[in-house]
Design a protein. Sequence first.
Length: 568
Amino acid sequence: MMSDSALLRFGLAQIDPTVGDFERNADLIARFIDQALDEGVDVVVFPELALSGYPPEDLLLKSHFLEEARKWLNWLLPECRGITAVIGCPVYCKGVRNAAAVIYDGKLLFEYYKQHLPNYGVFDEKRYFEPGSENPCYLLGSTLFGVSICEDIWADAGPPLEQADKGARILINISGSPFYAGKTKDRMKVLARMASTTGSYIAYCNLVGGQDELVFDGQSLAIGPEGELIGRAKAFEQDLLIFDLPVTGGPTKSSSTSTIVDLGPTFQSRQRHELEVNEKPVPSMEDEVYEALVLGVRDYTRKNGFNSVVIGLSGGIDSSLTATIACDALGPENTICVAMPSEISSRESIEDARLLAGNLGMRLLEIPIGNVLESYLDELKGTLMDKLPNVTEENLQARIRGDLLMAISNKFGWLLLSTGNKSEMSVGYATLYGDMAGGLAVLKDVPKTMVYCLSRYRNQMSQKPVIPDCVIAKEPSAELSPGQRDTDTLPSYEVLDPILYLYVEEDKSVDEIVELGHDRETVNKVAVWVDKNEYKRRQSPPGIKITPKAFGRDRRMPITNRYSELNT
């Protein structure tokens, strides 16, 4: 076994900051520094823009925002006595910079500026930041390490390669890497390849928490020089991943004195206990997605000043899953559901709603809408000129429900969660100002087939099913007209979702989708529905991103748009 003097102890502090709450974020950083000191850590690392929260978006255009960031960074300096800290923060230096502050024993010795600024998907960093150009390494005792920020380590010829060439055998990367299903494996592949390519250890520190539509999963990593996993932090929770690395490396002949920042000696006097193996298991796909939704709801609700949520509970699977996620995120005591039956609603739907509420232990209000609907129709009778009933009357029911839910939300200060899924939002199978009303659309990026998958998964987590089996088994219906079924309008979701995946997330053409075995008439209909309903999606609440291409954040289409491949 190596002696303590032959080891450097690292702590990756994956924290959940709130954008713009500098005082809370700085206090959170200080508390993790204290914990790291208690654990005998030599180098404690915080995520990208940990001090300001990520992404701060156009707050970065406000000079006083950057002044606050600098003030609280200076406040943190004395908190770092006796330790080396790497803290992500925005700074102004000949432009706005995405920086990693390198602090040694209470002194700010260097600010590394992110060089590769992503400008795709959810990222708009070229809008805000100037890229850095300096790429030093840092000498702590006899160990040389490099620092980079997020995209820098994903780039083919990024700073970590140059740092390794200078002799750095520990490469620190601070990150704000948003979650989507499958991201964990992609991230591990990139980091393992960098480690094996450079022969270096990788210390990767990721954000955790929800910010608007984005969820950050944490899962910070320590990876060995052959690409082997040394340690993994918790998923979707704050954590301090602690691990020891051998004191190796030093400046090479290719290094010059101008590229090395000499921090000083290590603090070897502290007592350090022997570490246990610190590798958290990789969650399953269902586990990751479900936990992302729970964390997204919890952080969006609480960070925006709400304590409780209200949900329209129809007895269908979408509202049942939404209510279950809310209960897991906030507790059943903070989740209030409202059943609003009409004469068209089936007795089974009301019973299923009551059964779910009983299983979860949440409060259920019942407000029949039949009389309100009749009142609306009476007032509109002359205006509608006795035209035959159609989707207008169906949408009235949804809008009445939306109005009632918003009234309850306003009166009690409860956040309204809408319940529509990605399949419905893709094709416009939703009612503006009706079931689309709300402050957060929990399932906005969750396809209908995944809704079923997550519902079954959640039931398996409990000793007995929470979501009634009859809810999962019943045929989907909006119950806005007698005998209505979703398949009266849409193909089955088993047919629809694969087409949507190819058209929306893969940007395949109609011909390409047909060549993959899908029916041309169905594909044509789906493409038209998706294209013509951008105006609806633009007016929907924000939703939690769990796929590689979410509406709004990733996929941005003009509302006024006459282009269609079907017309060419």
